[in-house]
Ligand binder design. Sequence first.
Ligand code: PLP
Length: 412
Amino acid sequence: MSVKGKSTQPLGSSTRLLHAGVPPLRDGTGPVNVPVVRTSTVRFADTAAYADVHHRRAAGERVAGYGRHGLDTHQALEDAVTELEGGHRAFLAPSGLAAISLTLLALLAPGDHALVADNVYAPVRRVDDGLLKRIGVTLEYFSPGHDDLAALIRPNTRLVYLESPSSLLFEVIDLPALAAVAAARGITVVADNTWSGGWFYKPLALGANVVVQAATKYIAGHSDLMQGIVVVDSPALAAKLTLTYEALGLTIGADDAYLSLRGLRTLPVRLAQHQRHATLVAKALQRHPQVARVFYPALPEDPGHALWQRDFSGSSGLVSFEFRDADVSVANAFVDALQHFSIGASWGGYESLALIAPPERLAAYRSWTSTQPVVRLHIGLEDPQDLIADVEQALAKAAALQAARAPTLVAA
Ligand SMILES: *Cc1c(COP(=O)(O)O)cnc(C)c1O
């Protein structure tokens, strides 16, 4: 759609994203952005209008009968993320993890079995241990690219859950191949698309049925809110999600919906810049003698590069690297010496971050066999030469520590 409702020619993806959820003009005029509509009660002109709205809601139509259902701001964000992911309908959750829990609760019932990639966002295991086991749902973890998915499918397997690339080593999964195996058996495929912000990767077009995302990250883009989205590809899945969404009483604040929508308008330009800077930092790391391996799918040396080139249109701001002949104290010294990177979880904001990849999380990946420490960097929008200089001086400090202790390391 065009902002004036007149365009007929096919539009590019940026134009479509920027036009999605723009408020219609009223009496020939109107604002650029949708207003922040905060309310609890929704008012009705008369009892017939009240009955009409509740009847239409019951039939599955997206109309608000109450504040929890979300009014203009919520609907505009839903429309924009539905457009972004190329889906049928979106649901807004108070965090990325809530979006994941909502999806698993909506699509799995007692006695069901689901296959989950072993390198997914680690708190998925908390949903498993704290919630799903208790209600008789079994999650089984598989190693994408190593295990044969078809051989793991049981008669009660209902869902395959994956994240590509993964959050610490950015392993790229052959989604079309896995989705074909699942589709042949009527199994729903759920993909966490947080890494790409929905911009560089379109899982629904590659065979997934449901996308979840932490809008907290690239969609919001400014490290100032928590939010999750779920986008489904069919009315049948929308109906299932709606039942659980309403049963849990989920909603988000209109202010947060507005902030996410605002973030979405600059998602393409921010991601292009994250990609440019992250590529420069990744290449600088590759040249460094203290670095054994750099994990960034856009690098030709990355194991996922061929799949990434086939299925993705870009690479975001996350870069991990493995130290050479170091231990965790060397990695700690590196992170502590950084001047322009904050230490912290999450990512997707404009700022650079660094974190030691938790060894127990890496150990849960069957594909990970090294004992070397791994540091994950989120490359922000600062000047890349400043970030590279910072990484190099911090590596030099870590090297000095390593050299001072070299005799003990050799003896051990
Ligand atoms: C951060 C993250 C989540 C969870 O999102 P929150 O909004 O922090 O709850 C889910 N998946 C991935 C890949 C993430 O990075």
